[in-house]
Design a protein around this ligand. Sequence first.
Ligand SMILES: C[S@@+](CC[C@H](N)C(=O)[O-])C[C@H]1O[C@@H](n2cnc3c(N)ncnc32)[C@H](O)[C@@H]1O
Length: 320
Amino acid sequence: METTESKWTNIKTFELYENLRQYFRPANARIVRAVLTGYAGSKHSLLEIGSGIGELVQLVPEYKNQVQQTEISIEFAKAHKAKNPDSNIIVASAYQLPFAQHSIDAVVGYSVFDVFHNLIEAVKETSRVLRDKGYFIHFLDMQANNQTIIAKYQKNGLVPFPVLAKDLWVRGIRFYTLEDLMTFAKTLRPEENAFFEAYCENPVAGYAVLSKNTKAIGRIHDILLPLRPKAKEVVHIADHFENGLETALLNNSFDIIFAGIKKDAVVVENKKPYLGKQCNVFQNEIGFSTSKYDPQIAAEIGTDKVKVEAGLHVVVARKK
Ligand SMILES: C[S@@+](CC[C@H](N)C(=O)[O-])C[C@H]1O[C@@H](n2cnc3c(N)ncnc32)[C@H](O)[C@@H]1O
């Protein structure tokens, strides 16, 4: 069984996350705090799966002694300890948690269950360690991981291409069979054929590069239009994770208490990281973010303040 996934073998991915997260922590923290306050009392034992370098506890530091943090990557756990020397983090896999059955009051994950190739096994292991009526709580602040989806379809010989939504964010993946693509590519101009041959050599790398370039996605979209009737599947990335998690929970003795987006907003000082951005409204919903200057907001809150709005995908489930 694969225990981790490729993107999360590189600690630099946290730096990419930081580029976005630094703006939204004040609002994310309010959402996380409100949910934890509702479902995890101060005497409850909390277990966090996939803590990385400590985002959850950074948001709600009052939980740092109450949450037992765990992480599969030894490298990340070391980096985590270097950043937070008094952290209680231990190395552990979501598929094999070193805790007795029925020993935990609440299992928490922050942007982590979307990276699991085997969501069902992770949910089963969560259920094993949870006491009856214990809670599973998951937050997603970034775009759901697409590599688990690509890996799943790649096993069936399908090649992924990013699909842009109207707002120009990549929100979907369209899959073609390798055979259909190669046959079609041969009918194209030599440089286009060469592109598809190179892309199909390593579709995961090809997808990663292409999905960062909106113009190129548009060009490939146009070239592939005649092949569209042969597309095998179009997957909406966020829906795929949300439905997969809910199904895994429902099939493994959980009742779902809440599943959806929770939003909050907060007005904060216009200092680092906002200062110099010439924007006074920063919005993020699971990694789809915008910022703008709104003169009306400036009149309401003053030019020394900015408004931070966040939407996290939240799942709260109770073990039967
Ligand atoms: C998207 S990161 C999120 C980390 C952290 N919660 C955060 O929000 O910054 C996913 C984390 O899950 C960890 N992970 C991946 N597979 C795992 C597994 N099988 N068991 C436990 N953790 C795992 C990765 O090493 C990584 O730290």
